[in-house]
Design a protein around this ligand. Structure first.
Ligand SMILES: NC(=O)c1ccc[n+]([C@@H]2O[C@H](COP(=O)([O-])OP(=O)(O)OC[C@H]3O[C@@H](n4cnc5c(N)ncnc54)[C@H](OP(=O)(O)O)[C@@H]3O)[C@@H](O)[C@H]2O)c1
Length: 272
């Protein structure tokens, strides 16, 4: 019996690449997305597409139960859906903050809670939360995004203990920059960086320029999908997978440097 994986946010980027990789390895894939018309998996017979906006808490159990019934099993859950909210915290609207947490955090809670009874009863399952290098270290002008990804990292670490007695593995895949729609179509801003009347605009421009100069994308989504596949199948209790040479380099530097030296380096790199 082939194994089944349930993945959120699969219209583009890491989610879409992960659907393809698992399907190529013979898995049954429940590919979920806000708008199923965006799916590009017609060439993959073992992929079924389900509508799921992760901010709709009622929809999460429905999608999990449907996929579980259709495929006759559920082995791995990948919480991938998410986006970045960039810009000064002070200028973020309540709605922007709510939406950022509803997607990146509460969405993960809803889908995970829907899968847990199945995993617990079968005494097996793997939950993989896609966080970010930004769940382990922070860059300027990304405070709310970091709040969500640091939150997911801590959530996952605690769940690791809670679910181990039930045979359920919890894992975090933390990518660095990846060439996806993350920094273009999906990115939301709390201010218009071109608005010179905004007191934070010069800082935001400087940070965006620094991300741009570094290319912002050391990895392809296919490379991150490989790390996710390893996390799903290696059978170990490893919690964190730092994905991408850039992510490993910056976290390696943080581990070796003093807090003050690391902060000074970040300020210099981002011109803030
Ligand atoms: N790219 C990077 O540099 C990078 C680095 C570290 C971590 N990550 C993380 O990787 C994950 C995937 O991002 P990506 O790089 O692949 O970017 P992406 O190409 O923009 O993909 C993001 C996916 O999330 C979906 N999504 C957004 N809000 C959703 C919602 N409410 N319900 C369901 N799906 C929703 C998008 O769907 P729509 O098509 O409907 O918008 C899209 O499928 C995110 O969690 C992101 O934080 C990315």
């Amino acid at each position: 019996m082939p194994k089944t994986v349930f993945i959120t946010g699969t219209s583009t980027g890491i989610g879409a690449a992960t659907v393809r990789l698992f399907a190529q390895h013979g898995w049954q894939v429940a590919a979920t997305m806000r708008n199923p018309a965006d799916a590009k998996f017609d060439d993959l017979p073992n992929v079924r597409v389900y509508a799921l906006d992760v901010t709709d808490a009622d929809a999460a159990p429905r999608a999990i139960e449907q996929a579980h019934a259709d495929f006759g099993g559920l082995d791995v859950l990948i919480n991938n859906a998410g986006y970045g909210l960039v810009g000064p915290f002070e200028m973020a609207t309540d709605e922007q903050i709510q939406q950022q947490f509803s997607t990146n955090v509460f969405g993960v809670f809803a889908v995970t809670r829907a899968a847990l009874p199945i995993f617990r009863e079968q005494k097996s399952g793997v939950i993989i939360n896609i966080t970010s290098v930004g769940g382990r270290t922070a860059f300027p002008m990304n405070s709310l995004y970091h709040a969500t990804k640091f939150g997911l990292d801590g959530f996952s670490e605690s769940l690791w203990y809670e679910l181990a007695p039930f045979g359920i593995q919890v894992k975090v895949v933390a990518p660095g920059g990846v060439a996806t729609d993350f920094a273009t179509r999906s990115l939301k801003m709390t201010i218009d960086p071109a608005n010179d009347a905004d007191p934070y605009a010069p800082q935001v421009r400087s940070v965006l320029a620094a991300f741009g100069e570094r290319g912002g994308a050391a990895s392809t989504p296919e490379q991150i999908a490989e790390v996710i596949y390893t996390a799903a199948t290696d059978g170990t209790s490893q919690l964190r997978y730092i994905a991408g040479e850039d992510a490993q380099r910056i976290l390696g530097a943080k581990a070796q440097m003093s807090e003050a030296d690391f902060a000074a380096m970040i300020q210099q790199n981002f011109g803030v």
